[in-house]
Design a protein around this ligand. Structure first.
Ligand SMILES: Nc1ncnc2c1ncn2[C@@H]1O[C@H](COP(=O)(O)OP(=O)(O)OP(=O)(O)O)[C@@H](O)[C@H]1O
Length: 269
């Protein structure tokens, strides 16, 4: 097993080094006595995209869910901005976790609300009073921030459209804008393009890579298409049966590595 060391691009003289924002060490998780993650290590770095690849059931989604706190870990450590998450409780945990946003294959927008209102919802964690339960009371500054986020994903002209009327690709971009409005610095994307047509998938991946570079986000994306990883990711975590088979630069994702990651019944081979 290799510990992921994200590639640092050649640094310009005087440029700050890429900031490692999330460190996962020895992540271990079982369900009903069956180990599905076994000592997984990797680091997410601001400004870069890591693709998580592997066959169905290899543990990709569970890894992201453990980071989000949607699953508990059996062992291991997750540090966000240097803070070990397991040491935090209550509001301190909520505050630290608010810098991590997740987007899913099944896009979770409120269909009867406008794109703008859905994007504003990214800020709910830092709102209080009436604004925290009704879009009618969203403050003007928040709407401006949400509008800027929509413009950033190329959808300013659809701001007042009901989310339920958007195409899949547009809806996923609204979900990305909501993460921007959350002011997240880590964006976890669990199969963000699996439900999209090839062109929309390409556009969403381009957007994620651009946001990583230009907004200095750390992006982790579970993908089922190695070719999308090759085009848009900087590095790869490749899982087989809950163990890291490959972690490192995207250039290492050659045909033989792809074949290895997707060979069925490896344990039985
Ligand atoms: N809540 C759960 N209870 C029991 N088993 C689970 C649970 N969640 C995941 N698993 C099992 O853990 C293993 C890893 O699942 P996970 O969803 O992380 O894989 P994945 O690599 O994301 O797969 P896919 O590509 O199919 O989405 C699978 O065998 C799955 O059945």
């Amino acid at each position: 097993m290799t510990t992921l060391r994200l590639p640092h691009p050649p640094l310009l003289q005087g440029a700050p080094p890429r900031e490692e924002i999330l460190q996962v060490e020895n992540l271990t998780k079982s369900f009903g006595g069956r180990t599905v993650l076994d000592g997984v290590n990797f680091t997410l770095t601001r400004g870069s995209v890591v693709a998580f690849l592997g066959a169905n059931g290899s543990g990709k989604s569970t890894t992201l869910k453990c980071i989000m706190g949607l699953e508990t870990l059996d062992a291991g450590s997750i540090k966000l901005n240097g803070t070990e998450l397991s040491t935090l409780r209550g509001t301190a945990l909520v505050r630290v976790r608010s810098s991590v946003a997740m987007i899913f294959q099944k896009i979770h927008l409120v269909p009867r609300r406008t794109a703008l209102e859905n994007v504003c919802a990214g800020a709910l964690g830092r709102l209080s009073g009436p604004a925290s339960f009704s879009p009618m009371f969203f403050p003007r500054e928040l709407k401006e921030e949400a509008m800027a986020a929509l413009a950033r994903v190329g959808l300013a002209d659809r701001a007042h459209e009901k989310a339920g009327r958007l195409s899949g690709g547009q809806a996923q971009r609204v979900a990305v804008a909501r993460a921007l409005c959350q002011r997240a610095s880590v964006l976890l994307a669990d199969e963000p393009v699996s439900a999209l047509d090839p062109r929309a998938a390409e556009e969403v991946m381009e957007l994620l890579a651009e946001l990583a570079r230009e907004e200095n986000l750390a992006v982790a994306a579970v993908l089922h298409q190695p070719n999308l990883a090759v085009r848009h990711a900087d590095s790869v975590v490749g899982l087989i049966d809950g163990r890291i088979e490959y972690s490192g630069d995207i250039s290492g994702l050659d045909a033989s590595m792809q074949a290895r990651l997707y060979t069925p019944n490896r344990a039985a081979a």
